[in-house]
Design a protein around this ligand. Structure first.
Ligand code: 5GP
Ligand code: ZN
Length: 131
């Protein structure tokens, strides 16, 4: 699948952004769409995407994408505020590639919160991170 397109016909999130596949939209403007994840992993689990297919993942993000990425970060922050979890805490995640379990190759961020999210990743046995 090519990166940097307005619309990729076989991309699930392009189709959601176009309204071809229904979703529960939390926020939208001309650049950004935020909608509920169909399989929530936390009390609040929202996906934030650029409307355009600017990248398959963080791996092919480019400098010219800076504005839409910043807008996504601000949108995540605003949604967290509106949900009342900005002070209790939340997590913003961009799964990238196989080891992270990325399953949809239209760049997206998961906003997770609403209760304690527990430990991050699979730390068992990895004690040499700082070396
Ligand atoms: P990834 O695993 O690529 O980081 O995240 C893809 C996310 O898309 C998953 O959390 C999955 O539950 C969600 N997802 C997959 N299909 C659909 C769908 O049709 N609608 C919505 N709203 N979310 C979906
Ligand atoms: Zn797409």
């Amino acid at each position: 699948m090519d990166a940097k397109k307005d619309f990729v016909a076989d991309c699930l999130f392009c189709r959601i952004a176009a309204g071809e596949i229904p979703s529960k939209i939390i926020y939208q403007d001309e650049d950004v769409l935020a909608f509920l994840d169909i399989q929530p992993q936390a009390k609040y689990h929202i996906l934030l995407i650029p409307r355009r297919h600017v990248a398959n993942s963080l791996n092919d993000l480019e400098q010219e994408d800076d504005q839409v990425i910043f807008k996504i970060l601000l949108t995540a922050r605003n949604i967290a505020r509106e949900l009342g979890i900005d002070q209790s805490g939340y997590r913003l995640v961009a799964n990238t590639g196989r080891d992270a379990g990325q399953s949809v190759f239209h760049l997206h961020f998961h906003l997770l919160g609403g209760a304690s999210l527990g430990l991050f990743g699979t730390p068992a046995g990895y004690v040499d991170n700082a070396e």
